[in-house]
Ligand binder design. Structure first.
Ligand code: SAM
Length: 212
């Protein structure tokens, strides 16, 4: 990790008031894909990790049963709460939580995360994806800075001093190691993409049927 959790939290709190301004088209494309792939039903409880000012959580709230947004930055969470109030969103709850300790109790159907996991180094990403799998969602949708094979290291989409994106291959291994079947890989830019994992559940009756 290039910065500690506390340093990231302070950095985002400092920029929270202007965070939503002037985002690149790739960011908006990534958000749209995360929202489309998350595809919750009104029965679903959805958790958005690294929720920031709530871009994904608030976009999905009208479709989901309820939404939990978690982040480490007080300033970003304040913006998210203000936006939820303004939009009259009553089924969204924002609060402190981090990838390794999401601070979420109870059933979770879908987990999303957009442009946040790349702040962790690869070992921490792997552990975070295992923590997400332990929540037992049926689907995990990750939008993020990630390096496709042809990524140009001399033209980074990210800030190397603070960001630590993984290759798509490494992330794919992390998904499958944690028990997610990778069902979609969307390339938005050579350094930005969306991965979708569906949790593999084995039917007990099938495993008990010795004739198979
Ligand atoms: C670039 S912003 C993305 C915010 C939002 N998901 C979006 O799409 O606009 C990254 C967010 O990740 C949060 N973050 C960084 N490290 C985190 C961690 N370990 N656990 C939870 N959130 C984290 C930051 O506080 C920040 O709000």
């Amino acid at each position: 990790m290039r910065k500690t959790v506390e340093e990231h939290a302070a950095r985002f709190t400092e920029q929270a008031a202007s965070y939503d301004d002037d985002k690149r088209p790739e960011y908006h494309a990534c958000c749209s894909l995360v929202v489309d792939h998350a595809d919750p039903t009104p029965k679903d409880r959805l958790v958005d990790l690294g929720t920031g000012t709530g871009a994904i959580a608030l976009a999905l709230a009208p479709e989901a049963g309820n939404v939990v947004g978690r982040d480490i930055s007080e300033g970003m969470l304040e913006q998210a709460v203000a936006k939820a109030d303004k939009q009259g969103c009553e089924n969204v709850e924002f609060g402190e939580g981090r990838f390794r300790e999401p601070n979420v109790e109870g059933r979770v159907d879908i987990v999303t995360s957009n442009f946040a996991l790349h702040h962790l180094d690869d070992d921490a990403k792997r552990a975070a994806i295992h923590t997400i799998a332990d929540l037992e969602p049926r689907r995990f949708v990750l939008g993020d800075v990630m390096l496709f094979a042809d990524a140009d290291p001399d033209d980074p989409f990210y800030t190397p001093a603070v960001d630590d994106p993984a290759t798509v291959g490494a992330l794919a291994d992390m998904f499958t190691d944690a028990g997610f079947a990778l069902t979609a890989v969307e390339r938005v830019h050579e350094q930005v993409g969306v991965l979708v994992g569906e949790r593999v559940t084995v039917d007990r009756e099938m495993t008990e049927d010795t004739s198979l």
